[in-house]
Design a protein around this ligand. Structure first.
Ligand code: AMP
Length: 293
């Protein structure tokens, strides 16, 4: 940062909209930590910012609703946007720079060259949202190139995303340290999400079945993979009969390195992941299940 006084966030973060402004803001920035987001920031994002704040001299939060990762039938246009509120929240967390580019700045012409997420990118979220992870990895690569961070923080809430980002960084020798942040939950267990604002009170009550199912699965860990899957499935069967119903997209217990189904005799950590629609809102959640016996 050229102006060290801004580093305590007292004046609020510097909001920049273009790569040129960003470059100027990051002259003499020291160790840079990046938190990539799509905005509509909440407590989950705050926890990522705090991890970055502890590890970096200059914290950059990007706020960009990336069209490349949305399918044609998805909620790109309805996705919540609130840059003034986001900037205030970033100020409270001592963020130095908010990078909020326009779509035309990030994609001045149709993107021809993209980052292929490979087989892991075609499973679970990738199967339900074809092209999603190509969009994610492409924008993350662009953000890494623009910000040149020493470290970047991602949430375990999007377990497949952080696994793919880690794999990309390894496979492509990108000089960025990836820091993972645990999933922040509301007091009732619902994973914090920008999309939670879409939920009516009744939707929200039904949405609680997701975290309940994951907890039931994790609690069955000593019984092995079959018991984990059965325990979570039983809760989701009940959820399908709730009002409004929880319409399951997938429930899967996967190997965290590949996101392929965990073998029946899997040992070590596995990820129990769920995606479902409640009302018109699609929600995802996951927990890590240690399988030791
Ligand atoms: P998004 O704005 O939803 O694209 O999320 C930006 C980053 O925040 C991603 O790395 C997410 O995994 C992370 N994130 C979102 N929700 C949570 C949460 N409840 N707990 C921890 N991290 C989260």
């Amino acid at each position: 940062m050229t102006d060290p006084a801004r580093r305590d966030g007292a004046d609020g973060p510097l909001v920049v909209r273009t790569p040129e402004e960003l470059r100027r803001a990051l002259a003499d920035a020291g160790r840079v930590g990046l938190v990539p987001t799509m905005g509509a920031l909440h407590g989950g994002h705050r926890s990522l910012m705090r991890l970055a704040r502890e590890r970096a001299d200059t914290v950059v939060v990007s706020v960009f609703v990336n069209p490349l990762q949305f399918g044609p039938e998805e909620d790109l246009d309805q996705y919540p946007r609130d840059l003034p509120g986001d900037t205030r929240l970033c100020g409270e967390e001592g963020v130095d720079v908010v990078f909020a580019p326009e779509t035309a700045t990030m994609y001045p012409r149709p993107q021809m060259v993209t980052v292929d997420a490979g087989a892991m990118g075609e499973r679970l979220e990738g199967a339900s949202r074809p092209g999603h992870f190509t969009g994610v990895l492409t924008v993350v690569t662009k953000l890494f190139q623009l910000v040149r961070p020493d470290l970047a923080v991602f949430g375990a809430k999007d377990a497949q995303q952080i696994a793919l980002v880690r794999r990309m960084v390894d496979d492509l020798d990108l000089p960025v340290e990836i820091v993972g942040a645990p999933t922040l939950r509301e007091p009732d267990g619902l994973a914090s999400s920008s999309r939670n604002v879409y939920l009516s009170e009744a939707d929200r009550a039904s949405a609680l079945f997701l975290s309940r199912a994951l907890r039931a699965g994790a609690d069955a860990a000593t019984g092995g993979t079959v018991a984990v899957r059965e325990a979570a499935r039983a809760v989701l069967d009940e959820a399908a009969r709730a009002t409004p119903p929880v319409e399951l997209d997938y429930l899967a217990l996967v190997d965290p390195a590949t996101f392929a189904d965990a073998a029946d005799d899997h040992r070590g950590d596995a990820v129990l992941a769920v995606a479902a629609r409640v009302g018109r809102t699609r929600l995802i959640d996951n927990v890590t299940v240690p399988l030791r016996t």
